[in-house]
Write a protein that binds this ligand. Structure first.
Ligand SMILES: Nc1ncnc2c1ncn2[C@@H]1O[C@H](COP(=O)(O)OP(=O)(O)O)[C@@H](O)[C@H]1O
Ligand SMILES: [Mg+2]
Length: 341
């Protein structure tokens, strides 16, 4: 369906990355609040990123409370807008796919094309902003850990490798509980670098295991990148490493200041002289290096310490897969809750 009537009203800008702008918006008819990410399709890089996000989010058949939900994706050219669907034969969609495959713009670059991603709106900011503006709380950390474990198991079960897990890309929604207190819900977002692994191998009926799907494009954000990603030969276990960096930093409140933005960010690292070195980079140089987990005495129990050490192992095969990780986090959380009572 092609329409020239905008369905959404933009309220304000809430985020800006190198590829697009995110707005808080409302659905005109119902006044429901949504987030809209607008990506301009004027370069093959932008088109590729937008399609990756679209393919990953639209390949998910069911919703998960901790994964951002894509309501719809709209392709706009000049004054006309149409809903984009997976495998569509619309000429506009096919032009975008061709642009991404060929690595060059195949349509008239003078016609401005945009992709609009309409998603649930997260009113609590990202994980950095949320956690760093509050006192450390064991209860919140435990809840976040469980939500992250559940989201990653869901994504990997759905053959999606995120490849850019970091606190900036984990958003918070503060919906209220029936008792009226705001309950923070995490939503894993930003699937611009993600990869959907399709069925492969001898039996095409058998779903591909993300832990056997080898990727070679080194991508991500250096602080959260596993050693094998720096080398360009990795699987979904790279997501487990990134989550290890995030959870270790969350539990012990380890932060660093981003040189470009001067923002304080959650992320664990190793100190070498006066320099801080990303864990993956340090482990690439010295895979036998023992990480100082925990950095502070009594900040975690022995099961948590063991789990983090395995998640951050230099050898991806020594890391748990997402299904095992989810179970172990649940076990740790049950003990924590007993302990608190
Ligand atoms: N659904 C959303 N609700 C609220 N804010 C969002 C939402 N999606 C993105 N943002 C804000 O916009 C920023 C950039 O979005 P993201 O999807 O990470 O794009 P980029 O590829 O530019 O990093 C996020 O860090 C967050 O602050
Ligand atoms: Mg992002």
């Amino acid at each position: 369906m092609v329409s020239s009537q905008p369905k959404y009203e933009l309220i304000q800008e809430v985020g800006r990355g190198s590829y697009g702008v995110v707005y808080e918006a409302v659905v005109k008819r119902t006044r429901a609040r949504v987030a809209v990410k607008k990506i301009r399709c004027h370069s093959p890089e932008n088109v590729e990123l937008a399609l990756r996000e679209f393919w990953a989010l639209s390949s998910i058949q069911s919703q998960h409370p901790n994964v951002i939900h894509l309501e719809e994706c709209i392709l706009q050219r000049d004054q006309l807008a149409q809903r984009m669907s997976h495998g569509s034969s619309s000429p506009l969609y096919l032009e975008l796919v061709e642009t991404s495959l060929k690595g060059e713009i195949t349509f008239d670059p003078c016609c401005a094309s945009y992709l609009w991603f309409v998603m649930d709106f997260c009113d609590g900011g990202d994980m950095n902003a949320y956690l760093l503006s509050r006192k450390p709380s064991r209860k919140t950390n435990t809840s976040f850990m469980l939500q992250l474990g559940s989201a990653l198991a869901f994504l990997h079960r759905n053959q999606i490798i995120h490849r850019d897990l970091k606190p900036d890309n984990i958003l918070i929604s503060q919906a209220c509980t029936p008792a009226g207190s705001p309950e923070p819900t995490l939503k894993v977002a930003d699937f611009g670098l993600s990869k959907v692994c399709s069925a492969s191998g001898l039996n095409p009926e058998e779903p591909a295991s993300v832990n056997k799907c080898f990727l070679s494009t080194a991508c991500g954000t250096d602080f959260y990148m596993a050693p094998e990603v720096w080398e360009g030969h990795y699987t979904a276990k790279a997501d487990i490493f990134a989550l290890g960096v995030i959870i270790w930093a969350m539990v012990e409140r380890i932060t660093f200041v981003d040189v470009e933005t001067q923002k304080e960010l959650l992320g664990s690292y190793v100190q070498q002289g006066s320099e801080i070195v990303p864990l993956g980079e340090a482990l690439l140089e010295n895979p036998k290096m023992e990480l100082p987990i925990p950095a502070r005495k009594k900040s975690m129990n022995s099961r948590m310490k063991q789990l983090l050490r395995e998640m951050l192992s230099a050898n991806p095969q020594e890391r748990p897969d997402a299904v095992e990780l989810e179970l172990r986090l649940i076990r740790i959380a049950c003990r924590e809750l007993d302990w608190d009572m």
